[in-house]
Design a protein around this ligand. Structure first.
Ligand SMILES: C[S@@+](CC[C@H](N)C(=O)[O-])C[C@H]1O[C@@H](n2cnc3c(N)ncnc32)[C@H](O)[C@@H]1O
Length: 328
């Protein structure tokens, strides 16, 4: 998914059933694939050439098959397909809007259909259209979090916590992953009203449902619930200006149990990039103005009275910072 053409070729390979066909029927010649999938012979050669160049397929004795490397990542098909769709959407905003993105980010965001997907203002109502709009972007955040939370869990020991609060915890996906891994853990997800309703439905069918509760609120105006030994802010604070982010962290400090911890998991400020950005990270680059350096979060935690601050870097599509701090 490094370039536009490679990404689009892979999306097409999924869409027309080429990947499924190679899985179910094994290696095949280009002409045979064209016939089976009702492509033109030239179109199929073109597609297979790009897929060969990007390492999705290999050619042997005139027949094409999925490469070993691609088979190894195929279990993440759902994530790949999501990233391809998001990159396609983000590319439309960037084509023609790049100067605004660099020079006038607020203007860019106003015109960005990708940014408009995440309309938090629709999360206070509950009519059919609000539910439709909100569940559409929640599917995106849920799927990304399914994988991002695994990386976070690999870099921090959550076994010591019993009662966690995930602020802006969305569908409860992170809470679900944590509760599944730690049977003694209970979680509260604090989020906007409609997000909580849809989140409840998301976890309801799982064995962990009784250990996860949702609290409807607005972190701008409401205090956070008390009694937790861990408060998480994952991919949430970057949505807010410094003053608001600091205020939310102060709220967390007020509501945590003594000795409790805060954990921030966020994409890090982009600077000094050594390799070209792959096409697939366009959706995350759109928000590059909002990502902060780790030191900014450390400063916020210190101001709110946290000690024993720990910083880690976790390299996903872009580097994430994982910062924890403890109340005295
Ligand atoms: C970018 S999403 C991140 C969601 C989730 N933490 C994740 O990593 O997938 C930001 C979350 O903050 C929530 N949010 C936005 N404004 C909020 C507010 N004023 N109070 C509480 N939650 C809010 C959104 O509904 C959304 O779930």
């Amino acid at each position: 998914m490094a370039t536009l053409l490679q990404a689009e070729a892979l999306a097409t390979a999924f869409e027309i059933g080429l990947v499924d066909c190679l899985i179910s029927r094994g290696p095949a010649a280009s002409d045979a694939l064209a016939e089976r999938l009702t492509a033109t012979p030239r179109g199929m050669v073109f597609l297979l050439d790009i897929l060969t160049e990007s390492g999705v397929v290999v050619r042997s004795e005139g027949k094409y098959m999925l490469s070993r490397e691609f088979m190894a990542v195929l279990p993440y098909r759902e994530l790949m397909e999501l990233k391809l769709a998001l990159a396609n959407l983000a590319a439309r905003d960037i084509l023609g809007g790049f100067t605004d993105l660099v020079m006038r980010p607020e203007q860019f965001m106003r015109g960005s259909s990708f940014h408009r997907l995440f309309s938090y203002d629709r999360c206070f109502g509950n009519d059919e259209s609000d539910r439709h709009v909100t569940s559409r972007w929640m599917r995106i955040t849920t799927l990304l979090t399914r994988y991002e939370s695994a990386a976070c869990m690999a870099h921090h020991d959550f076994s010591r916590y019993r009662r966690i609060l995930d602020v802006g915890g969305n569908s409860g996906e992170f809470a679900l992953r944590l509760c599944r891994c730690y049977p003694d853990m209970r979680a509260v997800v604090f989020d906007l009203p409609l997000v909580c309703e849809l989140g409840r439905a998301h976890v309801d069918g799982t064995p962990e449902r009784d250990r996860i509760s949702f609290m409807k609120g607005d972190v701008r105006t409401d205090e956070l619930p008390t009694g937790h030994d861990l408060i998480i802010f994952k991919s949430m604070l970057h949505d807010w200006p410094d003053e608001a982010a600091l205020r939310f962290i102060h709220k967390a400090a007020r509501s945590l149990l003594p000795g409790g911890r805060i954990l921030i998991f966020e994409r890090e400020k982009i600077a000094g990039v050594k390799q070209p950005f792959p096409f697939s990270i366009l959706p995350f680059l759109i928000f590059f103005h909002s990502y902060r350096p780790a030191e900014t979060y450390v400063g916020f935690l210190e101001q709110a009275g946290f000690v024993d601050i720990d910083i880690r870097s976790v390299n996903l599509d872009l580097p994430f910072v994982l910062i924890t701090g403890q109340l005295p």
